[in-house]
Design a protein around this ligand. Structure first.
Ligand code: HEC
Ligand code: HEC
Ligand code: HEC
Ligand code: HEC
Length: 415
């Protein structure tokens, strides 16, 4: 009897909830039925809290009392990252086939959301658990050209184009703001997916319901109910599932820039390492030993030991499979220093990710991901060409040390 029970509990395996916690999906996502992690781990929670201080006189006063002028910067710099991550709710609306491919090889769904879903350390068995119970693929509709034309006209007339892109296709009434990807987006815009992906993500019955009454499909939906008739909703669904998403246009991935002649470590630190890398590869002496997922481990990744908090720490490198530290300037698969490889990898991932008009992602989406490396910064916009050239020039100059004594150690909260 006991043996049977043990056998049963072993064969049960992890549930989706176990995996959400093990891979720390809840550091970025609110998840139905899963309690948030501790405050120090909440990428989304802490940013939301700080960003929410803007315009709240009492919170601003308290913040200034504790952190001084730096608090204004904290509030400013947390405004756009991780404050609009979609909650993981009503996941059964998605097609299992889409979820499987997305989890294995995520790409950008929301063109105005700066952060993307990182490629996590999920095993095929984990993915099997996470797609269980999701919708099976229903056949896509094959509406007549005349019906598609009416769908497109309705899509425009009902102002869907004020929030949504539809691949590379442009509609005359679309506001210019929709094509300004550098500007911090309004929240609804940041949360609105590019509807070119609907045919991969959702079956027709779900799209019809969603367009009629978004909250009937997902109680957490932010999209307004637009008071459409059932006939109109079906017309729109056909258009979204079968309409032309516009012609692919290729643009160069990396713009050429002239490398700087002189470069100091302080510049590289300020413009790259401390600006973005440090938030996941930080010093573990603060925040109860939490050095970020790229240092003390997290998001399901083992501890890598890589910190960008100081020059000496970054020169220590990262912990390899044999448990020993190795340099991040060692040669990687392409023969370049690993640091440059991961930065450039993200540039290519972004090109696959971003579904801007003028930059088609479709062909690249089909390319299998190179499993050997993840682009850095993980799940965030690639470092700009001028900053890439700066890091490259610093390495070429022999990686000069800081010319000024190290300043006061700062954690994100300035403790
Ligand atoms: C570092 C933050 C982060 C972590 C950790 C993370 N995600 Fe995400 N995830 C995102 C962001 C940001 C998006 C939105 C991406 C977009 O729209 O382009 C997203 C999107 C998604 C979506 C699509 C949801 C929708 O409504 O479109 C799913 C499903 C998802 N994540 C599952 C997971 C799972 C499962 C895990 C854990 C194994 C996880 N995520 C961990 C940031 C994260
Ligand atoms: C305890 C609060 C807190 C937590 C937890 C937190 N952050 Fe932050 N984050 C901040 C603050 C404050 C800033 C602004 C720092 C500054 O200006 O020096 C910031 C800024 C950032 C930036 C730079 C934004 C920019 O302007 O370029 C990134 C990237 C970032 N955080 C990522 C993360 C990630 C990823 C996690 C989870 C692993 C995380 N943060 C967890 C408070 C937090
Ligand atoms: C005010 C902004 C806004 C307008 C206008 C709008 N939407 Fe949305 N839509 C959203 C947001 C935000 C989401 C993301 C889910 C959520 O939070 O509701 C969304 C999600 C969707 C989805 C699900 C996409 C997916 O991949 O999960 C469909 C389909 C959709 N909208 C269709 C439409 C259609 C058709 C119209 C016009 C009749 C329209 N939307 C008008 C904001 C908008
Ligand atoms: C959102 C969190 C996050 C951010 C931001 C981030 N990293 Fe990482 N980094 C990780 C994780 C997690 C790993 C381990 C990935 C793996 O094992 O595939 C990693 C791995 C690496 C590695 C591989 C180390 C090795 O020796 O193989 C390098 C190099 C690296 N990061 C550099 C950077 C740089 C440079 C930046 C800033 C431009 C950055 N990271 C920003 C989370 C992050």
């Amino acid at each position: 009897m006991l043996a049977l029970l043990v056998a049963l509990s072993c064969s049960a395996g992890p549930t989706a909830k176990d995996l959400f916690v093990r891979h720390e999906c809840h550091r970025c996502h609110e998840i139905e039925g899963v309690a948030p992690p501790t405050a120090q781990k909440q990428c989304a929670g802490c940013h939301l809290e700080l960003a929410g201080s803007a315009g709240d006189a009492k919170k601003l006063e308290q913040g200034h009392a504790t952190y001084g002028d730096a608090f204004d910067r904290f509030v400013r710099r947390t405004q756009t990252l991780y404050v609009d991550v979609p909650p993981l709710a009503s996941l059964s609306r998605f097609r299992a086939s889409w979820m499987r491919s997305f989890l294995q090889s995520p790409y950008d769904l929301r063109p105005h959301l700066a952060e993307s879903m990182p490629r996590m350390a999920l095993t095929p068995a984990d993915v099997d658990v996470l797609v269980k119970g999701l919708a099976k693929d229903a056949p896509l509709p094959t509406p007549s050209p005349e019906r598609l034309e009416r769908g497109a006209a309705l899509f425009e007339a009902r102002a869907c184009t004020t929030c949504h892109l539809f691949g590379n296709r442009r509609f005359p009434t679309q506001p210019a703001a929709l094509f300004d990807f550098k500007r911090p987006a309004e929240r609804l815009l940041a949360r609105a997916p590019d509807l070119r992906h609907v045919r991969d993500r959702l079956n027709r019955d779900v799209v019809v319901k969603l367009v009629l009454a978004p909250r009937s499909v997902n109680p957490r939906a932010q999209m307004p109910a637009l008071g459409l008739s059932r006939g109109d909703a079906e017309l729109l669904a056909d258009f979204l599932l079968a309409g032309d998403v516009g012609a692919p246009v290729e643009t160069p991935i990396v713009a050429a820039v002239t490398p700087p002649k002189q470069v100091r470590y302080e510049d590289v630190e300020e413009r790259v390492f401390r600006k973005v890398c440090w938030h996941c590869h930080s010093n573990a002496d603060f925040a109860d030993g939490e050095g970020g997922p790229g240092n003390t481990g997290g998001f399901g990744f083992p501890a890598l030991g890589l910190s960008f908090a100081t020059y000496d720490e970054l020169m220590n490198g990262s912990i390899g499979p044999d448990g020993e530290y190795r340099s991040i300037f060692r040669k990687g698969p392409t023969g370049e220093p690993v640091l440059m490889e991961v930065l450039k990898k993200r540039v290519h991932e972004n090109a696959r990710d971003f579904v801007k008009p003028g930059l088609d992602s479709r062909a690249r989406l089909l390319a299998p991901p190179d499993e050997s490396q993840r682009g850095m910064p993980l799940g965030l916009p690639a470092v700009e060409p001028a900053e890439l050239a700066l890091v490259e020039a610093w390495i070429a100059a022999g990686k000069p040390r800081p010319s000024t004594p190290p300043g006061a150690m700062l954690t994100p909260m300035g403790k």
